[in-house]
Design a binder for this molecule. Structure first.
Ligand code: GDP
Ligand code: MG
Length: 296
């Protein structure tokens, strides 16, 4: 042991659906952010903390880069900007076939203060390894990258190169968080994210995007956690869809969420769900603040 300790903030940015959460989960080895095939499911900034004996990597997975159209998206973009500026290492993730976009990538990269690593994801889509090399060569010319790593976050290809490269560029610094901590989010947050994931998997079109979940009760004892979740939608019609015929759809969400929660918490879970209508919550700052979104 040299006594040197490294620590820093590693922020993953990129368009929606490029695989940021998949990479983060791979690195964390734990399901800490939700993954669905739908864009924009990650609304909040979620920290994942990777602890080693002589390092601490504070990973953050941000909402995808998008142009703000309504208030919720403005809050999401705020997270992206902060992520870029305060990163010791910025990981820009793109997917196979994506082109450099000056307005989107260039502007954000210029604001970065720390190291910049490009992750080219989904290389499993290429049949020929030459294609990966060609794409890497094209991206090499777009910017002065500190490193470029082609990976498949889904299949795990080259993921073993990511951690050593992060450690190489990480500054010398004491730990920012207690070494036994995995995330900055409380347990209720994970509970609500698990429910949100099931909602995204169960309903189509605008319903999942119009939904917010608040855990209003979380009582933990030695062998069981009792939870009460309130699910907010924007309109009465959405409430009907969410509940389903004779409550069937909501029941399915509850059963599946409970299974995942029991895995995550390692305990039996009792979950009660209630659906409420909060008209146009996405467009109203006051309500968004109550749900925990930050504007600043
Ligand atoms: P995010 O929006 O950037 O956080 O993206 P997600 O991690 O949620 O992934 C979006 C979709 O891309 C999901 O369906 C993933 O399974 C898929 N995906 C992620 N990584 C890979 C990969 O390496 N290869 C392929 N083919 N799909 C991937
Ligand atoms: Mg995500």
């Amino acid at each position: 042991m040299t006594g040197v300790h490294k620590a820093g903030f590693v922020n993953i940015i990129g368009k929606p659906n490029v695989g940021k959460s998949t990479l983060m989960n791979r690195l964390m080895g734990e399901k800490i952010s939700i993954i669905t095939s739908k864009a924009q499911t990650t609304r909040h900034r979620i920290l994942g903390i990777l602890n080693g004996e002589d390092y601490q990597i504070v990973l953050s997975d941000t909402p995808g880069i998008i142009r703000p159209a309504y208030e919720l998206q403005k809050s999401m973009m705020q997270h992206v900007r902060i992520s870029v500026e305060d990163a010791d290492i910025l990981l820009l993730m793109i997917e196979a076939g994506e082109h450099f976009d000056e307005e989107m990538h260039g502007q954000l990269l210029k604001k970065a203060q720390g190291k910049r690593i490009l992750i080219i994801n989904k290389i499993d889509r290429f049949e020929n390894p030459d294609e990966v090399e060609k794409l890497t060569a094209v991206w090499e010319k777009t910017f002065s990258w500190d490193e470029i790593i082609p990976v498949s976050a889904l299949q795990g290809t080259n993921i073993d190169q990511v951690l050593p490269s992060l450690l190489k560029h990480l500054p010398e610094h004491p730990a920012y968080y207690p070494k036994d901590q995995l995330s900055d989010k409380p347990e209720r947050f994970f509970a609500s994210e698990i429910i949100r994931e099931k909602i995204f998997q169960t309903y189509r079109k605008e319903v999942p995007y119009s939904t917010e979940v608040v855990i209003t009760e979380f009582k933990e004892s030695d062998d069981i956690i009792r939870m009460r979740a309130e699910i907010y939608v924007e309109r009465n019609s959405q409430k009907g869809i969410l509940i389903g015929k004779a409550g069937s759809a909501l029941k399915k969400v509850g059963i599946e969420a409970r299974k995942d929660m029991e895995n995550f918490f390692g305990k039996q879970v009792h979950l009660e769900t209630f659906v409420k209508v909060e008209k146009d919550w996405r467009s109203k700052r006051q309500k968004l603040t109550r749900f925990g979104y930050n504007f600043k």
